[in-house]
Design a protein. Structure first.
Length: 172
């Protein structure tokens, strides 16, 4: 079995996921995992699927053909990791919203060799004021050689600078 990772974009309307799932199943593919969301009137998602090698070309062609129904698809072959030399760490962050906050956080993580495995963000008004707060929840792939305490210390330097609350836990 070969694995593909596909990203889909389409106007949000009922039946979009069904169209994608039907296309995959009709060409021998198996939907393995996905993350999908509605954002600003658009439907976006990323998913991993397996497909028999002999059906891969036909499935890719069919997925690209979904563009006639307004569904744009980007396709990449998946490289499955053989060994695991990282540990999952959960991160929660809340702070005053400002341009560049995601860049600053991810730069610091990258400098420590940390991979962002999953990131969910949103902006909401603070409970007692109209000030906008940035919220982030992430699963980080932290190298086994990097301790949680060391990562926490590096992130706290940024937390002071950005005036954010930060919580790390190894219960990802």
């Amino acid at each position: 079995m070969d694995h593909l990772v596909i990203t889909v974009f389409a106007p949000d309307q009922p039946g979009q996921v069904e169209r994608i799932a039907d296309c995959i199943a009709a060409h021998g593919g198996n939907w393995l995992e996905s993350r999908m969301s509605h954002l600003a009137g658009q439907f976006a998602g990323i998913l991993r699927l397996s497909v028999p090698a002999e059906s891969q070309g036909e499935l890719i062609e069919a997925l690209q053909g979904l563009s006639t129904q307004g569904i744009r698809v980007l396709i990449a072959e998946s490289a499955l990791e053989e060994s695991c030399n990282w540990k999952p760490i959960a991160m929660e962050l809340v702070g005053n919203d400002r341009p560049g906050i995601v860049r600053d956080i991810t730069r610091l993580l990258s400098e420590q060799g940390v991979n962002v495995e999953r990131l969910v963000t949103h902006v909401r008004p603070a409970p007692m004021s109209s000030e906008l707060l940035f919220h982030a929840e992430a699963i980080l792939g932290v190298p086994l050689t990097l301790s949680l305490d060391t990562l926490q210390k590096h992130l706290e330097t940024l937390a002071d600078e950005l005036m954010v609350e930060l919580k790390l836990s190894d219960e990802a």
